[in-house]
Design a protein around this ligand. Structure first.
Ligand code: SAM
Length: 214
């Protein structure tokens, strides 16, 4: 993984750094997580079946989604220490029956084809080295009739004040070339190259997202 694609703070963390990362997300970005989950439930209804969260971090998002759905969530993360903190968070919430931490890479998803009813990925896209390949993987793993929701942002339910505060924190930590991936045209081009026809780009207050349907 090249340095430019993975923000330094995610690459090869040890457990102490991963716990610090977890604390930082909780302190600074919780409104974005609750807002995006609220939006997902409002837009896609009572979700059930199998979900994969690609680039789940410490599973804060997966835990919130689990609490508002009947999904069984496979929380995939490539950094070992972050995945370990995800496992601890899931156990602390007593959700180990519903959320399974999986150590793995988005470029080679360790799931069978047509496995998931819902695939979500928030805030991980800018890190992927071979974005077309990851979208192909996501589409392969999606079941017929399934939905993918991939992108980044704070969801439509954050206040303007929260949004501005989180934007400045996020932009401060992102490298310039990661910011460039916030272009809807680039995202559309990547998905077209992955030979996915049934999708739409959402670029609004909620952030920049791709909704995939199979
Ligand atoms: C900004 S965090 C987002 C975490 C979580 N999705 C959220 O919404 O809070 C991005 C995460 O994606 C992970 N990631 C980056 N590239 C990945 C890859 N190729 N495969 C799996 N995870 C990846 C990073 O290690 C990091 O934990």
């Amino acid at each position: 993984m090249s340095e430019e694609c993975v923000p330094a703070e995610y690459a090869e963390m040890d457990l102490i750094e991963a716990k610090r990362f977890d604390k930082k997300v909780r302190e600074n970005f919780m409104p974005a997580i609750t807002s995006t989950v609220k939006q997902i439930i409002e837009d896609y209804g009572a979700l059930e079946g199998v979900c994969v969260d690609v680039g789940c971090g410490t599973a804060i998002f997966a835990i919130e989604l689990c609490k508002h759905s009947r999904l069984k969530i496979y929380a995939l993360e490539k950094e070992k220490a972050i995945s370990e903190v995800a496992r601890m968070n899931i156990e602390k919430e007593r959700l180990a029956d519903s959320i399974i931490p999986v150590l793995g890479d988005a470029h080679d998803l360790p799931f069978a084809s047509d496995f998931a009813d819902f695939i979500v990925s928030r805030g991980s896209y800018h890190c992927w080295e071979e974005k077309v390949g990851v979208f192909k993987e996501i589409y392969r793993v999606l079941k017929k009739g399934g939905i993918g929701f991939v992108g980044g942002g704070f969801g439509r339910y954050v206040s303007e004040e929260e949004s501005n505060r989180m934007k400045s924190l996020r932009d401060h930590s992102l490298k310039e070339n990661a910011k460039a991936y916030r272009s809807p045209d680039k995202l559309r081009a990547v998905i077209c190259k992955a030979d996915i026809a049934n999708f739409r780009i959402i670029h609004d207050k909620a952030g920049l997202w791709a909704e995939l349907k199979k």
